[in-house]
Design a binder for this molecule. Structure first.
Ligand SMILES: [Zn+2]
Length: 325
């Protein structure tokens, strides 16, 4: 499958038109409840569209919802050092994360950054289709192909796919089940450390499903450290920056304009409880001390710049850091 959004494809056949995305500014009550987040934009009630957008100069950052569902464990198991105060703050930020079934519920967001030319950078590719590496635990099939169509993005528009890291729920649509890269004209950017680490794991499903096919086609572009990525006009910048801890070679993407900044975080934080208290560790982080330091540094930076955070797993894709902290 080379073009998931081509006319006649399943995505196109089932495509639904663009519908207005209802945003609601959350009230001042959130300010008191949440230590680090004062306001966010999100759907009123249930989502009416998978797309939410944030404009940074001439660059359009588009949230694409691939999937939504429960994690196979309780939130208390995954964040054992969070306090009652942390949980209360987290509930105020992201109430949908707390399922009636006792399990942590989460969204799986990807982000597109569209330049004025119409070319697109995709950051992460979700849980993927049925049978993808994430299908053992994540809610598959994802709906990224349809979300791209809704946003007016064809697979051929994508010239860069940034992989924040090589976990199963972030690379699901990178390569199709037949081993063909889903974005035929794209380079796939990943930190070299992430690839080296995965190469040492003989049981990795992601290696065979994603890394090997991209190595075969020559589309895997490995970098070490920060990398400047295609931006739009003068005064705009897009950077991949290493944010290790969740995984060895984790990276985030900073989209900056003359007045605004969006940080596409990847899994630097995976739950609102880590916004409420960045010191709260996630049980599955590769290196919790490094992850904690990375999270603190990134949130400090966001607060200084009054940047918007674009997260993978919160139910509101864009959250703004508190001004003046
Ligand atoms: Zn994740």
């Amino acid at each position: 499958m080379s073009d998931p959004t081509a006319p006649g494809s399943p995505a196109a056949r089932h495509g639904i038109g663009r519908r207005p995305f209802v945003v609601a500014a959350l009230g001042a009550g959130l300010t008191a409840a949440a230590a680090h987040v004062t306001a966010s934009a999100g759907p009123a009630g249930r989502r009416v569209s998978s797309a939410a957008r944030h404009q940074v100069g001439g660059l359009e950052v588009i949230a694409l919802l691939d999937a939504s569902g429960p994690f196979p464990a309780a939130w208390t198991e995954m964040f054992p050092d969070a306090t009652d105060t942390d949980w209360a703050a987290a509930r105020a930020i992201d109430p949908a994360a707390f399922g009636d079934d006792g399990r942590w519920h989460l969204d799986f967001h990807c982000y597109a950054v569209r330049r004025p030319s119409g070319r697109v950078m995709l950051v992460d590719s979700g849980v993927g289709p049925a049978g993808s590496p994430a299908s053992g635990w994540a809610p598959v099939p994802g709906r990224l192909p349809r979300a791209l169509t809704e946003a007016g993005i064809a697979a051929g528009d994508v010239d860069l796919v940034v992989m924040t890291h090589l976990h199963e729920d972030h690379v699901g649509w990178a390569v199709g089940p037949d081993g063909t890269p889903m974005f035929p004209d794209a380079r796939y950017l990943v930190q070299r450390d992430e690839v080296d680490h995965l190469a040492g794991d003989p049981g990795s499903v992601v290696w065979g499903y994603v890394v090997e096919p991209l190595l075969r086609t020559g589309q895997l572009h490995q970098v070490r450290g920060a990398a400047r990525l295609p931006a739009g006009r003068r005064g705009e910048r897009v950077l991949a920056v290493p944010t290790p801890g969740h995984t060895v070679g984790h990276q985030s993407v900073v989209v900056g304009g003359p007045r605004d900044e969006v940080i596409i975080t990847g899994d630097v934080l995976v739950h609102a409880v880590q916004l409420a208290d960045p010191g709260v560790a996630y049980a599955l982080e590769n290196d919790q001390a490094t992850a904690r330091a990375t999270r603190r540094a990134l949130l400090r930076r966001a607060e200084r710049a009054d940047a918007v955070l674009a997260t993978a797993h919160l139910h509101t894709p864009f959250v703004r850091s508190r001004q003046g902290r």
